[in-house]
Design a protein around this ligand. Structure first.
Ligand code: NAD
Ligand code: UD1
Length: 314
């Protein structure tokens, strides 16, 4: 794998699921700065090292962020901080807009105004931008149909990141992650990623609330494939582009529950509830574009779930 080394790296949202797994990978050879308000992330997720500099702050604190960016002169910036739950943004659209969009524009603007030179900035957008447009699988050129404040903010910010890059000569790239799962995804909120909630419910014999009939489909991609892709896109020469990151395989929530039950040899107790507003029916990725950069997902849903479970019990 291509590497990032001897660099100053900022990871916003770095105490969260994807960010902390990324920090684990980069910590050996780099100085890592994490800014996270710990609304979903946990300090225990982070590697213990003198090369890890943690700031418990909101990215909406512009004074703090501007000073940090100017003082550190980062080589690489991963913009991962967000309220990552679609349903949560439907509940509090204005508050989450400040985080999911405006705080990221502030970072771009600070880079522009201060003429900060960096090797690359990456923004984590989402498959949610495609909404319920019927075209499947989703290509980067498929119609955009954002159905929630989350998806609107992700799409707009993705455009800001690409267009700031082109307009002001800043090397940028964006990823549209499909549904990422694996160790360190926080299951504690009703707004957490569905696989972390299912795993938690199976383990504790708790009842799982299934919103809808379970026939909605997703493209679940394992965390280590995502982390490898993040690093690869940072060091590649490609810029000002957006890439789908998934496996190219669609699976229903019912099927994924069955996989879990088979691996753990346990039955999940299910309470069927009304479908959540803003929820997408079907989603999976066309991964042709990202594959051109050398991406090959190493995990399918079966061995990804097995790895997730193995790492939890190890
Ligand atoms: P996560 O919730 O585990 O991580 C996000 C982190 O951001 C958390 O640690 C949280 O505490 C932090 N955060 C939230 N608001 C903040 C604020 N105002 N200031 C500073 N930190 C703040 O979620 P994740 O799954 O690791 O997602 C990381 C990124 O990837 C997010 O931008 C998310 O929208 C995006 N994404 C995730 C998925 C997925 O399936 N997990 C898919 C598509 C896109
Ligand atoms: C997820 C990510 C989002 C990302 C998107 C990309 C989280 C919290 N959400 O959104 O950041 O941008 O993928 O595709 O990481 N469900 C239940 N019961 C539950 C929880 C969820 O039935 O307790 C259902 C949901 O209604 C939905 C499906 O499971 O139909 C997936 O939900 P969720 O994990 O929240 O993912 P997305 O909404 O797809």
């Amino acid at each position: 794998m291509d590497r990032i080394s001897n660099s100053k790296v900022l990871i916003t949202g770095g105490a969260g699921f994807i960010g902390s797994n990324l920090a684990d990978t980069l910590i050996e050879d780099n100085e890592i700065v994490v800014v996270d308000d710990l609304s979903m992330g946990k300090i225990e997720n982070l590697p213990k090292s003198n090369h890890l500099h943690f700031f418990e702050h909101s990215i909406t604190d512009y004074e703090f962020m501007n000073k940090l960016l100017v003082e550190w002169e980062f080589d690489y910036i991963f913009l991962l901080a967000a309220v990552a739950s679609v349903a949560d943004t439907v509940k509090r659209p204005l508050e989450t807009h400040e985080i999911n969009q405006n705080a990221n524009i502030n970072i771009l603007e600070t880079i522009r105004v201060n003429r900060l030179s960096l090797k690359k900035l990456l923004f984590s957008s989402s498959a949610a931008v495609y909404g319920n447009d019927p075209e499947l699988p989703k290509k980067e050129t498929s119609p955009i149909d954002p159905l929630s404040p989350y998806a609107i903010d992700k799409y707009a910010t993705e455009r800001f990141v690409i267009d700031y890059g082109e307009l002001y000569g800043i090397p940028t790239v964006a990823t549209r992650f499909f549904n990422v799962y694996g160790p360190k995804q926080n299951p504690s909120s009703p707004y957490s990623g569905v696989l972390s909630i299912i795993f938690n419910c199976v383990g504790k014999d708790a009842v799982f609330s299934l919103y809808g009939d379970g026939n909605q489909t997703r493209d679940f991609v394992f965390i280590s494939d995502v982390v490898n892709t993040l690093v690869m896109l940072m060091v590649s020469n490609e810029e000002h582009k957006v890439y789908n990151v998934g496996t190219g395989v669609s699976i229903s929530i019912n099927q994924v529950i069955e996989e879990f039950e088979n691996i753990l040899n346990k039955k999940l107790k299910i309470n069927y509830r009304k479908i959540r507003s803003g929820d997408i029916k079907n989603s999976y990725a066309d991964i042709t574009e990202i594959s051109k950069t050398g991406y090959r997902p190493a995990f399918d849903i079966h061995n990804g779930l097995q790895e997730y479970i193995d790492q939890f019990y190890k």
